[in-house]
Write a protein of this length. Structure first.
Ligand code: CP3
Length: 341
């Protein structure tokens, strides 16, 4: 399996590719289902979630499926209510801003509390071509904490940083609790058929290197150590973290996701002897094929045919992307890697 070979830095016949947010609103068949139910309802219906997981694989020769779920799903069983608002994205009903707000917030038993995610994984694995890998995922402790403390999207992460500085004990208790939840959630996904798991640290790039090293990295390391003990490869994606990859490299992952703000070879140099995933600017997909090909070729040149490259975007695909451009990208990666430039 190309993706698993690349995770273990074994040679492959062509560079594996999958795309963050490959299931979603840019697909008309996704929008048709989404019109009839909410995102959370979709996640809670394993038949629907499995169908949506497989949709992009019917159109494109992707090397992996990523289970259709959301990083916020574990919050509800932890005792943290949330909903998606039409215009503002996720809304946490009672943001945690201090020690007292943490009362009543607890760990979960993911297999029992989020059975629909595990059922979706089992359904997808059953239907998926055996050469295609199935990816499970979770938010990273800091990214989850940022939603829980900010209450939703944030411009400057002022609330979560203020908590970090003012009450580091409560911040660390929250991070520790989230780390346990993430480990349990990922282990349950692995038991249900996930062959690789990705930890999304989508907003960690808003933390400076000093705070990352002191207050965030130890929790990421804990998660990596516990999950890697299962023998399943773990991808750690720190979005916006390209300025502190020398610290990110200490997380202990098998594979590091890299955003588009750094050249892939420069990133790889700092990450060391590991597999690397990335790193095309997702907005490139709004350009014409010629522009896409040029930039894909640049990423491939920087990967330089080394084993252990997984092609991906530097962050999630946006809904405005034309379908033809996604097909062009996937085919270009396979074409360019099968016959080196
Ligand atoms: O194809 C896939 O990538 C699998 C499904 C997936 C979803 N969310 C479904 C979803 C994955 C991997 C995620 C991860 C996720 N969720 C992240 C990490 C990835 C990243 O982009 O950094 C984050 C930060 C979230 C939280 C989240 N979920 C936000 C901020 C939003 C609203 C903003 C938006 O894009 O509309 C969501 C909603 C969400 N989760 C959608 C999808 C497909 C949006 C589509 C919809 O409402 O139908």
């Amino acid at each position: 399996m190309r993706l698993l070979d690349a995770c273990a830095r074994r040679p492959v016949d062509a560079t594996p590719i999958w795309l963050m947010r490959q299931a979603g609103r840019y697909l008309p068949e996704y929008r048709a289902i989404r019109e009839k139910m909410s995102l959370v309802e979709m996640c809670r219906r394993p038949d629907v979630a499995a169908e949506v997981t497989l949709q992009p694989l019917r159109r494109f020769e992707l090397d992996a499926a990523i289970v259709f779920a959301d990083i916020l799903l574990p919050l509800e069983p932890m005792g943290i209510g949330f909903h998606f608002s039409k215009d503002d994205g996720p809304v946490i009903e009672r943001p945690i801003r201090g020690a007292r707000d943490l009362e009543g917030v607890h760990t979960i038993d993911a297999a029992a509390d989020l059975p629909y995610v595990m059922d979706t994984l089992r359904l997808v694995r059953h239907e998926l071509d055996p050469t295609i890998a199935l990816i499970g995922f979770s938010g990273a402790p800091f990214t989850l904490a940022s939603y829980i403390v900010e209450g939703g999207h944030s411009r400057n992460y002022a609330h979560v940083k203020k908590l970090m500085y003012e009450d580091p004990v409560t911040f660390s208790r929250l991070m520790g609790l989230l780390s346990e939840v993430v480990v349990d959630y990922l282990k349950a996904q692995i038991a249900a058929g996930a062959q690789v798991v990705q930890v999304f640290d989508s907003w960690v790039g808003w933390v400076g290197p000093y705070d990352y090293k002191l207050l965030v990295l130890p929790h990421v390391r804990y998660v990596m150590d516990k999950v890697r003990a299962t023998g399943t490869p773990v991808i750690y994606f720190g979005n916006g973290a390209s300025g502190m990859l020398h610290l990110v490299a200490q997380a202990g992952a098998d594979v590091y996701g890299v955003d588009w703000r750094i050249e892939l070879d420069r990133a790889w140099e700092q990450l060391g002897d590991v597999a690397v995933q990335g790193n095309l600017d997702p907005i490139t997909l709004l350009g014409p094929p010629k522009a896409i090909e040029e930039r894909v070729a640049d990423v491939m040149r920087r990967a330089g045919g080394r084993p252990g490259h997984i092609f991906n975007l530097g962050h999630g695909l946006i809904p405005q992307v034309p379908l033809d451009n996604v097909k062009f990208l996937v085919d270009a990666v396979h074409r360019l890697s099968a016959s080196p430039i």
